[in-house]
Ligand binder design. Structure first.
Ligand code: A4P
Ligand code: MG
Length: 191
């Protein structure tokens, strides 16, 4: 997982990823990172189910971060979160990967009543190779990930040297600059 995202995808793949959107699969496999969050019901069970359900013909989970508990950021008063990040290798385009993540959220009974409200499962597409994309329905890198310890801490378990595309800085550098609050606590390495 030490390779930069740029090393994982050729320019050709990226062109296809940007243009194809939905539909056909990419010719080659691309590395992406997905953030998992839950603060409703059996949080650990939802994260485990998600990791299992993500795997399919065109997607493999290749690594998991440790499991973290975290203080809710934004939104109404709500319970603490469990958060983690998984690395995947996929032949899905970015939009197909988003659609796949949303179908896995639906399996977990995700309801969207309030932005940043409590949820059984939230799957965020954090990084997709070194792609930068700004569509109404999908922004990559995830627009708030570099400001959030509950994302960067688990992501740095997997890829601390990875360069964050927009800022050109390693994820580990961005992490050390974040304040200690809202708190994030490592619970267990395996889950
Ligand atoms: N969308 C755009 N870009 C992306 C992307 N890269 N990945 C769109 C996933 N979705 C993306 O998301 C709203 C819309 O964002 C989607 O329709 C999709 O097309 P949503 O999951 O329906 O709603 P949301 O998650 O409430 O909104 P949002 O703005 O994505 O919130 P965040 O940024 O995901 O934050 N505190 C802790 N401690 N731990 C957490 O996990 N999560 C959130 C949600 C807030 N506070 C948290 C946590
Ligand atoms: Mg979300």
């Amino acid at each position: 997982m030490a390779a930069t995202l740029a090393e994982t995808a050729s320019a050709g793949q990226m062109k296809m990823a940007e243009s194809s959107g939905r539909g056909g699969q990419l010719a080659a496999w691309v590395t992406a990172y997905i953030g998992l969050g839950s603060n409703l019901g059996d949080r650990l069970a939802f994260l485990r189910q998600a990791r299992f359900a993500l795997t399919g013909q065109a997607l493999r989970v290749t690594a998991s971060s440790a499991l973290y508990a975290s203080e809710p950021v934004g939104g109404p008063v709500q319970d603490d979160y469990y958060n983690a990040v998984v690395a995947v290798t996929t032949r899905l385009s970015p939009l197909d990967l988003l659609a796949h993540c949303q179908s896995v959220e639906m399996l977990a009974g995700r309801e969207r009543q309030q932005r940043w409200g409590a949820r059984t499962l939230d799957l965020d597409l954090l990084l997709y190779a070194d792609l930068e994309l700004a569509l109404p329905q999908l922004e990559v890198p995830h627009p708030r990930m570099h400001q959030r310890r509950f994302v960067l801490q688990p992501l740095c378990d997997l890829a601390p040297q990875l360069i964050y595309p927009r800022l050109g800085r390693a994820l580990s550098e961005l992490l050390v600059e974040l304040p200690d609050t809202p708190w994030v606590r490592r619970l267990q390495s395996q889950w």
